[in-house]
Design a protein around this ligand. Structure first.
Ligand code: Z5A
Ligand code: MG
Length: 218
């Protein structure tokens, strides 16, 4: 007899630099596994692919690229993994994703180029697998500084981060905060942030994620 598996949930973790996305993604993965939920963590940019290597070199300022071209490469980096995300979800595995298309829109639209409007920046990512929920980690600039400040990569500068914050705010409003876009206070200690996130994910609270042999997703 063929076993029918329920679909996994697609959970995106977004936020500004140093908001704790990677820290919280790892904690959430561990917690899901402990709860018996089949889950996998992915991250964008995925710097391991051929496209990812071009992105990595750009971010480290080892190469220069036209702003439009790098935007499309970030999107292509997601498209090259899109079918594998779909297949993983279909197989009943929950996918946690550390940054996604929202980062793509936010960082490129924040460049404020007249021919790179918000709509232009969104277009290449339309039709990618849609997240079931996005947890946006909201860190204040003061806390980000306390966490060692921004690093050496291309966008890790205070003025860039400020403009990126504004675009993320617009995305949050358009997504309709509170349903699929959840703002989490990322100034809190790590454990508290993890608790808040878990409350939005925990089965059966939001019935978003159930163990893969459970009764399905909503
Ligand atoms: N980018 C783009 O332009 N277009 C796109 O489409 C995509 C991305 C997908 C690289 O991203 C750049 O690519 C990024 C956006 C752009 N540019 N910038 N700027 P990345 O994801 O590779 O960046 P990252 O290296 O992962 O850094 P990050 O995002 O800044 O970090 P994070 O993952 O949010 O934070 P963390 O590594 O979990 O934590 C940072 C430190 O803070 C660490 O020492 C932790 O121990 C500490 N921490 C974390 N949480 C806490 C709390 N709650 N309290 C105290 N300390 C904490
Ligand atoms: Mg990170």
């Amino acid at each position: 007899m063929v076993e029918r598996k329920s679909r996994g949930a697609f959970v995106v973790i977004e936020g500004l630099d140093r908001s704790g996305k990677s820290t919280q993604s790892a904690l959430l993965l561990e917690r899901l596994h402990s709860a018996g939920v089949q889950a996998k963590l992915i991250k964008f940019p995925d710097r391991t692919t051929a496209i990812g290597k071009m992105i990595d070199s750009y971010l480290r300022s080892e190469s220069d690229l036209d702003d439009h071209a790098i935007h499309l490469l970030f999107s292509a980096n997601r498209w090259e993994l899109a079918s594998s995300i779909e297949e993983t979800l279909k197989a009943g595995t929950t996918v946690l994703c550390d940054r996604y298309a929202f980062s793509g829109m936010a960082f490129s639209a924040a460049k404020n180029k007249p021919d790179m409007s918000y709509e232009w920046c969104r277009a290449p990512d339309v039709s990618l697998p849609a997240p079931d929920i996005t947890l946006f980690l909201d860190v204040s600039p003061e806390k980000a500084k306390e966490r060692g400040g921004y690093g050496d990569e291309r966008y890790e500068k205070e003025d860039v981060q400020e403009r990126v914050r504004d675009v993320f705010e617009r995305i949050g409003i358009e997504m309709g905060e509170g349903s699929k876009w959840i703002v989490v206070d990322a100034d809190l200690p790590k454990e508290e942030v993890a608790e808040v996130m878990w409350r939005h994910i925990e089965p059966p609270q939001r019935v978003l994620i159930t163990p893969s042999n459970g009764c399905g997703t909503t």
